[in-house]
Design a protein around this ligand. Structure first.
Ligand code: NAD
Ligand code: MG
Length: 389
């Protein structure tokens, strides 16, 4: 893949979120030399979206809620920024002929819609929305092959694996090992976890992220989703994916080759680096990300995960092996359970329990169509909404 355009026109789906804001800071640092914000999208925080549009002057902004269109239009009057509404507006922006890359950074299964539109149009997709591949990995990868779309990982672990994989041929890969910080509750017992509050779970030791993925990082469901993401993204066999706890979040993952050589990618925890790499790939450019400071002692630790205290992780391995509709069921159940935990309706340990229940009761289909996945998603959400501890 060659860098053909002098500037890459980037559409950011979810520009008001944590990944979206980091992406805009990468574009700002670039100063227009090779990256341009071409389209922005937000959801409820329309004033933030308007402020971003005033600062970056994209060609489009898009909001799914149509009632927000007149408000944004008034705010952006005279700027030449076109305001689009509804899911179809978002699709138009994504599939526009002049859109070069799409950063998919909406949270949750909702992000699948924009990713799908980008892949359908054969775009280069910088994929932060891991839920896309958890819900519909095989279908999305198949569509990408058929439409000539390229999917570049933004998730730091997958970006690391993507980079390390370049050291050898695919048949030479023995396995990939995803690192996990272990979250804020590493070392705690299940007894202690039963009582943790949303405030405690929202304090991540190494990463600043949106609330949903922060809770996922505390339950280790985030790593479960990443295991599934890795399988489909890199076309791995289930036994080729492993997880290791690494509290410093400096080594972002490993690739182990058949001869025993292990390659890693290292950098301080800062999402601007994997975002930038997916926006400038195959090139590497100067950027705003933090650097390893070799003048200070740096100790890195690795330990096996505590699978009993954090049962969400094994749900991920199980779903990765099963494929089919299992990913859609697990993902939707988790989104609903996290929302209920944040509302104070269920306890921290109930998140994995509710997911287990939704997985067990769902009607499994090994080769589902997209519509089937959406119906499994809706059923799992309803079930978790009704679930009682
Ligand atoms: P966030 O909550 O900070 O931002 C979410 C974005 O999605 C916002 O712009 C919001 O407006 C938009 N959004 C939410 N619901 C929407 C809907 N129904 N329709 C349209 N837009 C909607 O989340 P985040 O932390 O930036 O994470 C975004 C995605 O990136 C997630 O899939 C997450 O798993 C993934 N990711 C995040 C990080 C991180 O460091 N934050 C790292 C790796 C992967
Ligand atoms: Mg990650």
């Amino acid at each position: 893949m060659e860098q053909t355009n002098p500037t890459t026109r980037v559409v950011i789906l979810g520009s008001t979120g944590s990944i979206g804001q980091s992406a805009l800071s990468v574009i700002e640092h670039d100063g227009g030399s090779r990256l341009r914000a071409w389209g922005l999208s937000g959801h409820t925080r329309w004033k933030d979206l308007a402020a971003q549009a005033l600062a970056h002057r994209p060609r489009f902004v898009a909001v799914v809620e149509r009632e927000l269109v007149p408000l944004l239009t008034a705010e952006l009057k005279g700027t030449g920024v076109e305001v689009l509404g509804g899911r179809d507006g978002l699709v138009r922006m994504v599939q526009h002929a002049e859109t070069d890359r799409v950063l998919s950074a909406i949270v949750g299964a909702e992000g699948l819609n924009g990713t799908w539109a980008a892949v359908e149009a054969g775009k280069i997709v910088a994929l932060a929305n891991k839920e896309t591949l958890v819900v519909a990995g095989p279908l999305v990868m198949e569509l990408a092959r058929a439409r000539g779309a390229t999917i570049l990982p933004v998730d730091s672990e997958h970006s690391a694996i993507f980079q390390a994989l370049k050291a050898g041929g695919r048949s030479e890969v023995r396995r990939v090992v995803l690192t996990s910080s272990g979250g804020p509750f590493r070392g705690r017992t299940a007894r202690e976890l039963a009582r943790v509050t949303p405030e405690e779970a929202l304090k991540h030791p190494t990463w600043q992220m949106g609330p949903k993925i922060t809770i996922d990082s505390a339950t280790l469901m985030n790593k479960a989703l990443e295991v599934i993401e890795a399988r489909w993204l890199f076309g791995l066999e289930p036994e080729q994916v492993e997880v290791v706890i690494h509290p410093e979040s400096v080594v972002h993952s490993f690739v182990e080759f058949v001869d025993g050589s292990v390659l890693a990618q290292l950098s301080p925890p800062d999402m601007r680096l994997p975002i930038q790499y997916a926006l400038t790939y195959p090139d590497r450019t100067d950027g705003p990300s933090r650097r390893v400071d070799w003048a200070n002692p740096l100790a890195l630790h690795f330990e096996p995960p505590d699978r009993e205290t954090f049962p969400a992780l094994d749900l991920g391995f199980e779903v990765m092996r099963r494929g089919g509709t299992a990913g859609a069921a697990l993902n939707a159940a988790n989104e609903a359970a996290v929302a209920r935990f944040l509302r104070g309706e269920i306890g921290f340990l109930d998140i994995a329990r509710a997911c287990r229940a939704a997985l067990d009761s769902h009607t499994y289909d090994p080769r589902p169509a997209l519509e089937t996945l959406w119906s499994v998603d809706a059923t799992a959400r309803r079930e978790v909404e009704r679930w009682r501890p």
